[in-house]
Design a protein around this ligand. Structure first.
Ligand SMILES: [Zn+2]
Length: 216
């Protein structure tokens, strides 16, 4: 890189795979592609593609630039890219789970429902009903009302879901895709912030000062 300055950061690529560790995803050590750094000449698995002041490109590591402003921006970009990779992985996994859940639920809903049996037992002043459908049971003090029958049907279907190894409730989606879109926009901003703008360019890009000219 000699004495070339970094004009801007083009892309940060962590070539390592992610592995689950507790409830987090972390880069798996030594799974990436080592690449020789233009800055310190060591091998790095996180590749930071930069454009230099002469227009050429170089690949450096994520912590090879010191504690200056550019070094700070590169660290932020590296962190955001990692967070984005993790979220994409979580979103893909959740969508696969939802697809499996929906397929299984449709299959279970297509099964013929067993007959309902109702047993009435005296209970204090009133009565209690035991409603059964196959291996599912609900209790009711109001008999086989529509609400209790729906409850019984759900209970029976939940058991069929569990038999198929699927949790009965639809997987919760905390809005990964929305968070991903937000992060992508933030990353695009952060990349554009790394662009070094010489003072000359600055002047050219500024709009002409407004002239106060009275009409008429
Ligand atoms: Zn380096």
């Amino acid at each position: 890189m000699n004495n070339q300055k970094i004009r801007r950061v083009l892309r940060v690529v962590d070539t390592r795979g992610l592995v689950e560790e507790g409830d987090r995803f972390v880069p798996a050590p030594e799974t990436g592609i080592p690449r020789r750094c233009a800055c310190c000449h060591r091998q790095h698995q996180v590749h930071v593609y930069v454009e230099l002041s002469d227009g050429s490109q170089a690949v450096i590591g994520s912590s090879c630039i010191g504690n200056n402003e550019m070094g700070e921006r590169i660290r932020t970009l590296t962190w955001l890219e990692k967070r984005l990779a993790e979220l994409r992985l979580r979103a893909d996994r959740l969508e696969a789970e939802v697809a499996t859940w929906e397929m299984t639920y449709a299959e279970v809903c297509a099964l013929p429902l067993p007959w309902i049996t109702s047993v009435q037992i005296p209970c204090g002043e009133g009565r209690l009903f035991t409603l059964r459908m196959g291996d599912a049971t609900v209790y009711s003090d109001e008999g086989g009302t529509e609400r209790r029958v729906r409850c019984l049907t759900d209970a029976w279907r939940s058991r069929r879901m569990q038999e198929r190894g699927v949790f009965p409730f639809r997987p919760y989606n905390p809005g990964y895709r929305i968070e991903i879109a937000r992060l992508e926009a933030q990353l695009a901003r952060e990349y554009s912030l790394t662009a070094e703008r010489p003072a000359d360019d600055d002047r050219q890009q500024k709009p002409a000062p407004p002239t106060t000219k009275e009409e008429k």
